[in-house]
Design a binder for this molecule. Structure first.
Ligand SMILES: [Zn+2]
Length: 287
């Protein structure tokens, strides 16, 4: 049971759920930088929340969660694609002993962007950070913006495991049954969320309820950066600026903040980029 996401549906009451458990996908994500433990926890919570929310949306595109803080956590970005891949990064300041109170600051906000793909219109929602808590912020946002009330449970073992559970009302949900299920789900412990399988968790919480558990979807850490995306960025800079960067350094280098991959171009590469819009040789410049 690693890096799995399961959808489930209660037979009555029009209520659905999603269970998620990440280990190596989360470990890879937080190992891209030297994050303090508290930032690893926020990244884990954001990673789980975005993978859970992405599963509630029928989309071929992406869900991006961007947290802009005014405290020690300046910026956090988490992106989940329809194929189960997830990537994320955080920018932070201060020493390794960050406290939770100083993390988000006074004027933090959370931006959630849904890009359905296929050239369809993007949807963006913006909300203020509530109670210095990503979970409280998300639940507040979902309650206000979605017509479908949603509850989340998140669990984290910093740098090792991240897990979560989501329950969501579908149209015409039975409010009493919803309350019954959320009271049951509130009894889950952090250890149970992190260490039990989907089957064990659902038996532990809902053994008297009738529900259908759907097959697992595999989740993974994967970055969607590519040579062509960096080339497009270089083209956007313009030849004069790109060459002035090359002039200052021996190579033109771009490091992806999500996956630490470095794209390196020399004078010949830049000439090819501005002449043809792409690289002449593709394989030997990724490090
Ligand atoms: Zn990347």
């Amino acid at each position: 049971m690693s890096n799995l996401r399961h959808r489930f549906l209660f037979s009555q009451g029009n209520i659905r759920g999603i269970w998620l458990n990440l280990d190596t996908a989360y470990q890879e994500l937080v190992s891209q930088s030297d994050y303090p433990e508290i930032i690893q926890t926020v990244l884990g919570d954001a990673c789980v929340a975005s993978c859970l929310l992405a599963a509630t949306i029928k989309s071929e595109g992406s869900l991006t969660m961007q947290l802009q803080g005014s405290g020690n956590l300046n910026l956090m970005v988490m992106q989940t694609l329809a194929d189960g891949s997830v990537r994320g990064m955080a920018n932070w300041s201060g020493d390794a002993q960050l406290s939770e109170q100083q993390l988000f600051g006074e004027q933090g906000k959370l931006v959630i962007t849904l890009d359905p793909g296929n050239g369809k219109k993007r949807y963006q929602g913006i909300t203020e950070l509530v109670d210095d808590s990503l979970l409280a912020t998300l639940e507040n946002y979902l309650t206000r913006s979605e017509q479908l009330p949603t509850r989340l449970w998140l669990a984290n073992r910093p740098g090792k495991k991240a897990a979560g559970l989501l329950l969501q009302q579908l149209p015409d949900a039975d409010p009493e049954y919803w309350q019954h299920l959320t009271i049951l789900a509130d009894t889950i412990s952090t250890e149970e969320l992190l260490d039990l399988s989907a089957e064990e968790t659902l038996t532990r919480l809902f053994h008297q309820e009738s529900l259908e558990l759907f097959p697992a979807e595999k989740m993974r850490f994967n970055c969607s950066c590519s040579n062509q995306k960096v080339v497009d960025m270089v083209l956007g800079m313009g030849q004069a600026e790109a060459e002035s960067v090359l002039h200052e350094q021996s190579d033109f280098e771009v490091t992806c903040e999500f996956c630490s991959r470095t794209y390196r171009y020399d004078q010949v590469d830049l000439e090819s980029i501005f002449k043809t819009g792409k690289l002449a040789k593709l394989d030997d410049n990724i490090h």
